[in-house]
Design a protein. Structure first.
Length: 390
């Protein structure tokens, strides 16, 4: 196995929180590198011996052949110099890559040390207001959810903002036209605004990750991976809950059958929108058993959709009843529209963590993120009051 492949595996191990495997791969990389250096040294010695044999003195002849031979020897001597330059460049590149992997490993180890020391060891970690910032190597994989839970933040307009409060311009679907202009006349102004100015104010949202004494004391348990799994779930739950709150604020339309659901897609919404259908388990169960006039089920299979289904050619996003509760007297939760144009999510990329004692019997990390969720365009979607026909 070559060094590059080992480096890739080490990087993947770090992203997955498998610190033990990353250390093992790092040792293999060092071993392979040392072996290659020894091999190069042997090859260099062989090359020198070969060169000495080829340049062995021969009986003197005419001057012309001697000059040609000198030129050939010079050319042969130049070649190794070029090879040495390339070798040095490769070694520098490998050293940089090795240093990057070692830095990544070190940062993850520092965060592990912070957890195992119950917040007393902060060496190598950035701190702010008494909390530590979760290393980007850990937080990035948290924000990129890798389990099977639906993450609505992947569908909305999500932006990392540099300040906790402000306005963010979101481009609108322009309806303005180009007006006819007479020669030398001034260009007519466009009255319609081209951007929606979305006000945001990132609020701090805190959650608890509890660690038992056994987890902290057992060196075989990867506490960073444990923390990442808990953070993933909390961040996604937070995003889903707040995005659902925005979706519930859209104008409602009534629907009791397939034809009325089609009307929402075909008439109530602009055909330029990238329409998707968000539904909870109750609505999914009802619609999954509905058929059209030809006896075909409404939900069609789709390998492109995360849920594996489409409705009227539009991707279905399935969320649990816990995320989107079924309203009273309704058959289920359904929202139809363009999530990108409907919801703006402002987020600060930093995830902060602080060791805390929750009560007499539990302790762990108090993890916080800063985010806000706002409606962009009220015409981008419809909340469907879905009931079944008798």
């Amino acid at each position: 196995m070559d060094i590059q492949e080992l480096k890739t595996q080490a990087q993947e191990a770090l992203e997955n929180g498998d610190l033990a495997k990353a250390k093992e791969l790092l040792a293999q990389i060092k071993s392979v590198k040392e072996t290659e250096e020894e091999q190069r040294a042997i090859e260099a010695e062989l090359a020198e011996l070969t060169a000495e044999e080829e340049v062995a003195p021969e009986p003197e002849t005419e001057e012309e052949p001697e000059q040609i031979e000198e030129v050939e020897v010079e050319a042969e001597e130049e070649k190794p110099a070029e090879d040495e330059d390339e070798l040095r460049q490769d070694e520098k590149g490998e050293e940089r890559s090795m240093k990057e992997i070692q830095d990544l490993t070190s940062k993850v180890q520092d965060f592990e040390g912070y957890i195992r020391s119950e917040g007393t060891e902060v060496r190598g970690l950035d701190t702010t207001n008494g909390s530590v910032l979760v290393p980007v190597e850990v937080s990035t994989s948290v924000l990129e959810l890798k389990d099977g839970q639906a993450d609505l933040s992947k569908y909305v307009t999500k932006e990392a903002v540099g300040t906790g409060q402000g306005k963010f311009p979101v481009a609108k679907r322009a309806q303005a036209i180009l007006a006819t202009k007479a020669e030398l006349a001034e260009i007519a102004e466009i009255d319609e605004p081209l951007f929606n100015e979305v006000d945001y104010k990132c609020e701090t949202r805190i959650g608890q990750i509890a660690f038992s004494n056994e987890v902290l004391e057992d060196s075989q348990i990867d506490v960073v991976a444990y923390a990442k799994r808990q953070m993933q779930r909390m961040v996604t739950n937070t995003n889903n809950k707040n995005i659902m709150a925005v979706l519930n604020g859209f104008a409602a339309v009534n629907a009791t059958n397939a034809d009325e659901l089609k009307r929402v897609v075909n008439v109530d919404l602009d055909p330029e929108l990238d329409v998707k259908v968000v539904m909870n388990q109750d609505a999914y169960q009802v619609i999954d058993t509905m058929k059209d006039v030809d006896g075909r089920y409404l939900l069609q299979d789709s390998i492109a959709s995360a849920s594996g289904k489409m409705l009227f050619g539009k991707e279905v996003i399935l969320v649990s009843n816990k995320v989107a509760a079924t309203p009273a007297t309704k058959a289920g939760f359904i929202w139809i529209g363009d999530l990108k144009e409907a919801v703006f999510m402002a987020q600060r990329n930093e995830i902060s963590a602080e060791w805390d004692k929750f009560d007499r019997y539990s302790k762990g990390l108090a993890v916080g993120i800063r985010s806000d969720y706002k409606k962009i365009d009220g015409e981008a979607g419809k909340l469907v009051n879905f009931t079944q026909e008798a």
